[in-house]
Write a protein that binds this ligand. Structure first.
Ligand code: GAR
Length: 207
């Protein structure tokens, strides 16, 4: 169940890797860019995710939920749901979370789960397009402009309503790595915190 309380909107961040987007959210909270919400929980589906250390350094409760510890996607998602309920989470931010959640999970949180994707949706998105693969595909296609998108999460991978997008130029000689870095610096780390604050402010207003 979604929390409905006074005070700050309670944010959970789902991660799988380095957690630079989580860091951008933490920094935005420190700087007051995120002021309507507070990150109270980080959940990783990978034990080795550096994002867990970032959560620890920021004093945020962190949990690991591994798909392999559960017989089914449904029981994995039940555990995730239980963690969100225990922390009375209002909004879930997927920040480099490399696992596709089922329609029955996302339906429990309508307009309350957002995701950052490293391209301008509807280009280079959907199943199989994650992390560096997205930038490899953009370079292979030869686009001159790419970017990042924050969108709501529903049952269609990368198919939910778009909240924010920012374009980034592709440069001559780019590799997937250099392009990924530019997209993160010029788009992801800016629009994810902005969108998070916008949704939190909207939730807070509706209380
Ligand atoms: C980010 O580029 C994020 O947009 C992407 O993975 C990276 C995670 O980096 N997400 C996806 O591709 C989701 N389809 P981070 O762990 O350093 O934030």
């Amino acid at each position: 169940m979604l929390g409905k309380e006074d005070g700050k909107v309670r944010i959970a961040v789902l991660v799988s890797g380095g957690g630079t987007n989580l860091q951008a959210l933490i920094d935005a909270q420190d700087k007051g860019v995120i002021k309507s919400g507070e990150i109270v929980l980080v959940v990783s589906n990978k034990e080795e995710a550096y994002a867990l250390e970032r959560a620890g350094k920021a004093g945020i409760k962190a949990e690991v939920v591994l798909r392999k510890d559960f017989d089914s996607q449904a029981s994995f998602e039940e555990r995730l749901d239980a963690l969100l309920s225990e922390s009375r989470i209002d909004i879930v931010v997927m920040a480099g979370f490399m696992s596709i959640l089922s329609g029955s999970f996302t339906a429990r949180y309508p307009d309350r789960i957002i995701n950052i994707h490293p391209s301008l949706i509807p280009s280079f998105c959907g199943k199989g397009f994650y992390g560096l693969h997205v930038h490899e595909a953009a370079l292979r296609y030869g686009v001159k402009v790419t970017g990042a998108t924050v969108h709501f999460v529903n049952e269609i991978p990368d198919g939910g309503r778009i909240i924010k997008q920012k374009a980034v130029e592709v440069m001559e000689g780019d590799t997937a790595e250099t392009l990924q870095k530019r997209v993160m610096e010029q788009a992801e780390w800016i629009i994810l915190p902005e969108a998070t604050e916008e949704i939190c402010a909207e939730i807070a207003r509706g209380r």
